[in-house]
Design a protein around this ligand. Structure first.
Ligand SMILES: Cc1cc2nc3c(=O)[nH]c(=O)nc-3n(C[C@H](O)[C@H](O)[C@H](O)COP(=O)(O)O)c2cc1C
Length: 361
């Protein structure tokens, strides 16, 4: 592979989002195709506010890298939005060219794309690639809002510390991580301190933590999605798994549903003001890949940040000798913290993609 080649990947069927660039290239960005006309007139100020939720800022729970993430419209047709990379310290990554970080993509990227791939800052595998995902997601979010659909997410778990789960019948999506002032997006303010201490303790030990982001969407009418690979779960799963460090996804009761009987798991149907509803929402708003009209509930699991300060064993790929590795540089101690708006963005893009099919019929 030529070093100058930019790696890109595309999500979607109706709305196509192509994300390109790398952490230490001149820019990163996204091309968005198939947007409904109205969605192209997005509010730039609100989009920037949404991007600011992902940017590390001065949070003690985020990397010290300065990533202001100011978006620019590079082209109207196709709609291309970019962020210029400004705060690279490629020196931090020099030795990783030959000595791959355990848990990161250094080794597999080199095998897949060749020795010339620019993996500084994690290259196209970097968490930074979620900034353009948030650009596309922020635009999708505004389009869905016009249809009465709202999305919110919170940090359900950090290490062993848990927040309260969403009420699946009426998820508390307002005022959740929607403010840049709030460091951790939680429902139950009482767990915030324990989460914060757990992250800072792991960081002090030169280690990292994983976590779970729970997302909910309200206002989705019944009938969005389709059978098998057209199902909403099938549409959302690849966009969630495209987020670096995602290792698991569940919808509704998810893995917990395996422990209860069908009689308890099934959501009984009922009627309210002439509409069909369900009395519980274990399905997380989806049956057979099609929305029921109840809130969509999903959980996305993030592994602990791979780049840790503790010494680890690796192999020098040039000398083929075992070598100890101590990673320097500025890393997120728990990627799930900054992934909250990313999961919202991914959900918005997937939902808008499925929504388009409905109105095209
Ligand atoms: C918002 C966000 C920020 C991240 N920040 C870092 C980081 O600072 N250091 C790091 O090693 N990994 C970070 N990651 C995770 C890596 O990019 C990811 O683990 C790596 O590409 C390997 O991919 P995999 O974990 O999906 O297998 C971040 C991920 C996200 C979503």
């Amino acid at each position: 592979m030529n070093k100058k080649e930019t790696i890109s990947s595309t999500f979607g069927r109706n709305i196509k989002v192509t994300i390109f660039g790398g952490s230490h290239e001149e820019k990163i960005g996204c091309i968005i195709e198939g947007l409904p006309e109205g969605a192209k007139n997005f509010d730039g100020e609100r989009l920037q506010q949404f991007l600011d939720l992902r940017a590390p800022g001065n949070s003690p729970f985020a990397t010290k890298r300065k990533e202001p993430d100011k978006f620019e419209v590079e082209s109207e047709d196709p709609l291309t939005l970019i962020i210029r990379n400004t705060n690279q310290r490629s020196g931090d990554y020099k030795k990783l060219t030959d000595i791959p970080r355990p848990g990161h993509a250094d080794f597999t990227a080199r095998i897949r794309y060749g020795d010339d791939i620019n993996m500084a800052g994690g290259g196209p595998f970097s968490g930074r690639m979620t900034a353009p995902l948030c650009i596309a997601g922020g635009i999708a979010l505004q389009a869905l809002e016009k249809e009465g659909i709202k999305i919110g997410a919170h940090l359900l778990q950090v290490g062993e510390v848990q927040d309260r789960m969403f009420n699946p019948m009426a998820p508390e999506i307002e005022n959740l991580g929607n403010s840049v002032d709030k460091n951790l997006a939680v429902i139950d303010a009482d767990c915030e301190e324990a989460m914060a201490s757990a992250i800072l303790a792991a960081k002090d030990e030169g280690d990292s933590l994983g976590g779970i982001v729970e997302v909910a969407a309200t206002g989705i009418p019944p009938g969005i999605g389709g059978a098998m690979y057209d199902g909403l779960e099938s549409i959302l799963a690849p966009i969630y798994f495209g987020i670096p460090a995602v290792k698991g996804i569940e919808f509704g009761l998810g893995f917990e549903s395996t422990k209860i009987k069908g009689s308890k798991n099934n959501d009984s149907f009922d009627i309210m003001h002439g509409n069909i509803i369900t009395k519980t929402n274990h399905a997380g708003g989806i049956l057979g890949g099609v929305t029921t009209g109840m809130p969509l509930i999903a959980r996305v699991a993030f592994k602990p940040t791979p780049s840790i300060a503790k010494e680890q064993q690796s192999v020098n790929l040039r000398t083929m000798e075992r070598e100890p590795l101590t990673i320097t540089g500025r890393h997120d101690p728990c990627v799930a913290v900054r992934a909250v708006p990313v999961v919202v963005a991914a959900t918005a893009i997937g939902l808008l993609d499925a929504w388009q099919e409905r109105i095209q019929r």
